[in-house]
Structures are given as C-alpha cells and as structure tokens.
Design a protein around this ligand. Structure first.
Ligand SMILES: Nc1nc2c(ncn2[C@@H]2O[C@H](COP(=O)(O)OP(=O)(O)OP(=O)(O)O)[C@@H](O)[C@H]2O)c(=O)[nH]1
Ligand SMILES: [Zn+2]
Length: 208
C-alpha cells in the first residue's frame, strides 16, 4: 500500500507521486534507532514523528532514482530549425553529497545548440532536479546532465556549469564557510573556444 504526502499532491514528486509504505516504515525503524544512538529520547513529543518526517524527506531528496530524465526531455521535444545557443541559467540545485549525505546547494547553468529539435525550457530544469535528487558528487551531476541532453536531443553541443557550496565543507570537516566549487562539462560545438567563451560571458552577465 502507498500513501501520499499529507494527502497532498507535490508537484516535484509527480513521477513517483506517493511514498512507498514499506520503504517508509523500514526507514522509520532505522531513523528511530539513529536517534537513540545519538543519545536522544525518540519517544519525546518533538521527536515522536521525526522518523516519519525524515523517512519522507529522504525519499523526496532521492526521488531522482525513480525518474528517467531522458523521458522528461522526450515528453516535450519540438521540431525547430533554430541553431543558436539556448541557455537556461541560475537553475537552483539542491543535492546531497554521497560521502556525508549532507546537502550541497548552488546553481546550474545549462546550454545547448539545437540540431533539428528543441525541448521545453522547464524540462532542462527538471533534468537538473532528476539528477540532483540523488546521492551525488558535483562532477558526476554535471556530466550526467550534459550526457542526458546530448544523448536525447542530439544537439550540436551541450555545456553545463554548476557552482555549489558543500555543507560537508562548511558545517563540519574543514569548516570553510565561503568556498564555492565550480564544475563544468562541454561537448560538441562548445569545444570551440569562442563558443564556450560566449556561453561563459552570457551566464556571467547580469540579466533582467
Ligand atoms: N570531488 C568531490 N568531492 C566531494 C564532493 N562532495 C564532498 N566531497 C569530498 O569528499 C571527500 C571525502 O573525503 P574523506 O577523507 O573520505 O572524508 P572525510 O574524512 O569526512 O573528509 P573531510 O571532509 O576532509 O573531513 C571530502 O574531501 C569532501 O570534501 C563532490 O561533490 N565532489
Ligand atoms: Zn560531503
């Protein structure tokens, strides 16, 4: 049996729509143990529902495993002759580092040059989410987004830049509060320096 989040539809969760009850119950069992191991009274009022909340939150944050990002792009592919750069910049990224299961948060900038087909702009952001909502490293996230767009749309080129702050580097460990990690991956026409520079200039420019 499955149940929905507080009986509400959550748009970001449409691909699996409901939490799996068996998984949720198992996660709850383990998170209750985690609370106890951390020295907490898992029965006290404030924590009583915490295992359930965390079980749902973790399934939400890893829902990307149940989504096929290629299908997102294919669901809105339109024949179009436009052969210039399309850039969707400043896409919020909320992901979790696979080493510490702590968040890394930042922005993705994605560009492609169509070759017969364009895709819905929102689908680019959805692809970013589908890969971000997994346990990740920033480098793999960057490359997966690029590969997905490249393999699905067969464009003339794809470029992805991600800038992010890793909580595992600020809240703990080396405790650097202001360091930003930038990763990038390019293919096709973006291997040309002038094209790549145009992309970098456009994502750096203040717009609107
Ligand atoms: N390359 C890469 N490293 C990451 C990412 N997220 C976290 N890390 C790093 O993963 C590394 C794991 O290193 P370990 O030495 O095994 O773990 P640790 O002892 O917790 O390391 P510290 O964070 O230095 O305390 C750390 O250097 C993290 O900064 C990421 O997206 N990409
Ligand atoms: Zn980490």
């Amino acid at each position: 049996m499955e149940f929905s989040i507080n009986g509400q539809e959550d748009k970001g969760f449409t691909k699996i729509e409901k939490y799996n009850q068996e998984t949720t119950e198992e996660l709850m069992y383990h998170y209750k143990k985690v609370l106890e191991l951390l020295g907490e009274d898992a029965e006290r009022e404030g924590l009583e529902k915490t295992p359930l909340r965390v079980a749902k939150a973790m399934q939400f944050l890893t829902q990307g495993y149940h989504i096929k990002p290629e299908d997102i792009l294919r669901s809105a592919m339109f024949k179009e002759d436009y052969k210039q750069m399309v850039i969707v910049k400043d896409i919020e990224v909320y992901s979790m580092c696979e080493h510490h299961m702590l968040p890394f948060v930042g922005r993705a900038h994605v560009a492609y040059i169509p070759n017969g087909y364009i895709t819905g702009l929102s689908k680019i952001a959805r692809v970013v989410d589908a890969f971000a909502r997994r346990l990740q490293v920033q480098e793999r996230l960057t490359t997966q987004i690029k590969d997905c767009i490249n393999d699905t749309l067969s464009p003339l080129g794809v470029a992805v830049v991600i800038e992010a702050q890793h909580m595992c580097m600020s809240m703990r460990g080396v405790q650097k509060q202001n360091s930003i990690t930038t990763t990038s991956d390019f293919t096709g026409a973006f291997e040309n320096l002038a094209t790549r520079e145009e992309f970098i200039r456009l994502i750096s420019a203040k717009t609107i």
